[in-house]
Design a protein around this ligand. Structure first.
Ligand code: 5GP
Length: 367
């Protein structure tokens, strides 16, 4: 029997903390969050905050992309927009081009849709996200090569993987930004359903190092539940961080809003129980039964659902959430002496600790 167990300890975001260090940064106000990232073989650079909204329902919507662009934050649109909607999106406002990617899978319809949008949007379609759950198949690597041959000028985000070897394989096949993360997402059930996964902090650390040696970039995808996690991902070397759950729960995501009524101890003067209305937004994994029912007419009989469906409390405002996130990143930079987010990975040191994760999303699992 072949038994292979790696004894190396692998860590998640909750297993580490960033150690503060001597800092020339007098105020967090001085910290620059926009990065200026180049891509091997391209003239185009990314100039913005290195955060991406995930290509998920409830997150990667056009409305969310427009709102996040105001803060210099990037979005990967969901795969489920029609070609005409995408053409209109990219051509009607050229400033969207630098902050939005069209996402596709690897089916014939996806290739056809990309060609149709590209024929009309041309250079305004600068970023593409080639997204599959399992970036290890030879077929997927072939698709990355095919994309690179067909569209040499596009910045290609591709994944997902969690190991340095496959990160390098995708970069060598033509990916510019490799999506790193399997099993760590807030509504992901891959670890439960398949036993597959990799602790996300270590995946980011190892894949970023390998990507940079090979001239590529990575986006740390999934598993961030706090601004501190985002800081840890960037400090570990991620060039970008992709967020699903942290951006979900806002009205810009367009998810179904559900009212729930609760009674506490409080009573009115008339002695009646006070009933409070709480608003929730439905949020689900893109491999969940909910997503499969919505987009593919149900789960195929050879698949199991690898995503959860939850209700998140409707968050009061996207701008409050963004300020909280960006403020946290500025503060993290000032603690480690980084004058810009660009420098955080050179300045930060980590310490291992007992798991610090003390906040989960305020959510209610659906029946
Ligand atoms: P989050 O920021 O919510 O922790 O993670 C977002 C990431 O979770 C997405 O970008 C995607 O990579 C992953 N994801 C989204 N839906 C599913 C799903 O249904 N199953 C799995 N395994 N991963 C998912």
């Amino acid at each position: 029997m072949r038994l292979m167990i790696s004894d190396d300890l692998k860590l998640d975001y909750g297993d580490v903390l960033i150690v503060p260090g001597r800092s020339p940064v007098a105020s967090r106000k001085q910290v620059e969050l926009a990065v200026d990232t180049d891509f091997r073989g391209h003239i185009m650079r990314y100039q913005g905050v290195p955060i991406m909204a995930a290509n998920m329902d409830g997150v990667g919507t056009m409305e969310m992309a427009d709102a996040l662009r105001e803060y210099g934050v990037f979005s990967c649109l969901t795969k489920f927009y029609q070609a005409r909607e995408l053409i209109d999106f990219f051509t009607s406002d050229p400033s969207r081009s630098a902050f939005s990617a069209m996402t596709i899978g690897i089916g014939d319809d996806d290739w056809n849709k990309f060609a149709a949008v590209n024929a009309r949007a041309g250079d305004l379609l600068a970023y593409a996200c080639l997204d599959v759950a399992n970036g290890y198949t030879d077929r997927f690597v072939g698709c990355v090569e095919k994309f690179r041959d067909l569209y040499p000028d596009k910045i290609l985000i591709a994944g997902n993987v969690v190991t340095p070897e496959q990160t390098v394989r995708l970069i060598d096949a033509g990916a510019d930004i490799v999506k790193v993360g399997i099993g760590g997402g807030s509504v992901c059930e891959t670890r439960i359903k398949t036993g597959i996964g990799f602790p996300q902090f270590s995946a980011v650390l190892e894949c970023a190092r390998a990507a940079h040696e090979d001239g590529g970039r990575i986006v740390a995808d999934g598993g961030c539940t706090t601004p501190g996690d985002v800081a840890k991902a960037l400090a570990a070397g991620a060039d970008f961080v992709m967020l699903g759950g942290m951006f979900a729960g806002h009205k810009e995501g367009g998810g179904r809003i559900v009212d729930r009524f609760f009674s506490g101890e409080e009573v009115t003067e008339g002695g009646e129980l006070v009933i409070e209305k709480h608003q929730y937004v439905e949020f689900y994994g893109m491999s969940s039964k909910t997503a499969n029912d919505k987009h593919f007419g149900g789960l195929k009989d050879y698949r199991s659902s690898e995503g959860r469906t939850v209700l998140l409390r409707l968050k009061p405002s996207l701008s409050d959430s963004i300020h909280d996130l960006l403020g946290g990143l500025r503060s993290a930079c000032s603690y480690v002496g980084a004058e810009s987010l660009n420098e955080i990975s050179q300045k930060a040191r980590f310490v291992r600790c007992s798991n610090t994760h003390n906040r989960i999303f305020e959510e209610m699992a659906l029946e």
